[in-house]
Design a protein around this ligand. Structure first.
Ligand code: PA5
Length: 431
């Protein structure tokens, strides 16, 4: 199980919180759990849906070897989790097993992106997964229209080359699937887009590129159980939410930086950026009062951004909580050869490895932040693998759900996003 070190929240004086202030939240855990359960959100129950996982694995088996490329069309909650899964659990430079297809996630409508995708895929060896919970999102629908036409021009069978992931009952994709018998997996009604990575949205593309979705769900289940625990000391998601909430509301830490020290977890910070921003950025609370809540998420990557952002984090406005993610065993162990032994300036690297260097740099960065009274915490996972990625997803989804309770807002809607979608449609209709 992952661990969280909160010590640098407690030892930054008036910029952090005391252990007493931390523990004072204990009494809010049970009411938060109760209130949350009334909302009947499904992100933590989907991890038990082994029937869907089996159906996905069966489909992946059926199409094994048929496609060189899998293309996901989707945006926001329908794409960010998949990007994270691909980058965390497959080769960084795209090397793959013989039978495995490449996975492209197309989450923009820049025509150059659409066209250049066509340059690197052969349609007859391509499977497109169109993902939209609403089944009407203009970005995703336009991508679908364009690529469907490309398949039709080449007289390829749409039923072989396209799969939809959408709501079980509603939306244009659902209707087309019913009308034409297109293979469809559904997103449960009570699972919101940004909470859907462990539904078919993330699981289907993952299974197609050889990710072990059973292990992924297994890790998520472990964290789900801690999320539902009414014991404060066991409930990591609640402890995390408490820290974020206290520092935002009492210590003016309105920004949360997520800085993984693993190249493969960079997209995890991107996935979380949406989760935190869309869930907590709200004008009204659940009673209809104007509250303007929100914590601004910031992505950074260790060690790369030490040479880009650290200056700001250490000496700029003290308005951030920094969340480091450490990996105790990075998949490869590489020693750094000791060259130029007479050069004093690099002598300190003697006998070290990349693994030690990255870890020591992480610790040093955290210590520097602490010295500068910048609150920070470190989440450590043993490895970047399916099990621990599953735990991380549920840790942050659970913490976000609890944050919704602590602020008294609805963490599961996104009226601001809906509004811009509506305006876009109106403008296109007028045109
Ligand atoms: O979290 C959300 O609900 C949103 O980010 C959606 O995922 C995003 O707007 C895409 O919506 P849809 O899946 O309906 O196309």
């Amino acid at each position: 199980m992952l661990s969280i070190d909160f010590s640098h929240i407690f030892d930054v004086g008036s910029h952090g919180m005391t252990k007493k202030q931390f523990a004072a939240y204990k009494k809010q855990l049970k009411p938060a759990l109760k209130s949350f359960q009334l909302r009947a959100q499904g992100f933590h129950t989907i991890v038990d849906d082994m029937a869907t996982a089996r159906e996905i694995m069966q489909y992946a088996k059926e199409v094994e070897g048929q496609f060189d490329d899998v293309v996901v069309f989707g945006i926001g909650g329908s794409s960010l989790g998949t990007l994270c899964l691909r980058d965390a659990l497959t080769h960084l430079y795209g090397k793959r097993e013989k039978k495995q297809p490449r996975l492209h996630v197309i989450d923009n409508i820049d025509p150059v992106m659409m066209q250049e995708l066509g340059d690197v895929i052969a349609l007859k060896k391509t499977l497109c997964i169109v993902i939209s919970k609403s089944g009407t999102t203009p970005e995703t629908m336009s991508q679908y229209f364009y690529y469907r036409q490309q398949f039709e021009k080449e007289k390829l069978d749409i039923k072989k080359h396209m799969v939809f992931i959408t709501d079980a009952e509603r939306g244009v994709l659902r209707e087309v699937a019913w009308e034409e018998g297109i293979r469809t997996f559904h997103i449960p009604h009570n699972v919101g887009g940004r909470f859907s990575v462990l539904s078919p949205v993330g699981l289907l593309p993952a299974a197609l590129i050889g990710i072990d979705i059973v292990k992924l769900l297994g890790g998520a289940k472990e964290m789900r159980d801690t999320f539902l625990s009414s014991a404060f000391t066991k409930n990591f998601p609640f402890q995390l939410a408490v820290t974020q909430h206290y520092l935002d509301t009492k210590r003016e830490k309105h920004l949360n930086v997520m800085m993984p020290y693993a190249q493969k977890l960079y997209r995890f910070a991107d996935w979380y950026r949406q989760l935190l921003a869309e869930s907590i950025g709200k004008k009204k609370n659940r009673k209809g009062k104007t509250v303007y809540t929100g914590i601004t998420p910031v992505n950074a990557l260790g060690v790369t951004d030490q040479h880009s952002q650290s200056q700001l984090y250490n000496e700029g406005p003290n308005d951030k909580l920094i969340m480091f993610i450490a990996v105790s065993q990075l998949a490869k162990q590489i020693r750094i050869p000791h060259l130029h032994p007479k050069k004093e300036a690099v002598a300190y690297m003697k006998g070290t490895s990349f693994n030690e260097l990255i870890d020591i740099e992480r610790q040093a960065t955290a210590m520097a932040c602490t010295k500068n009274k910048r609150p920070n915490l470190t989440i450590t996972i043993p490895k970047v693998d399916e099990e621990h990625l599953g735990q991380l997803f549920l840790l942050f989804e659970g913490a976000t759900a609890f944050l919704g309770e602590l602020y008294g807002i609805d963490a599961f809607n996104q009226p601001g996003v809906e509004l811009s979608k509506t305006i876009t449609k109106e403008m296109l209709q007028k045109k």
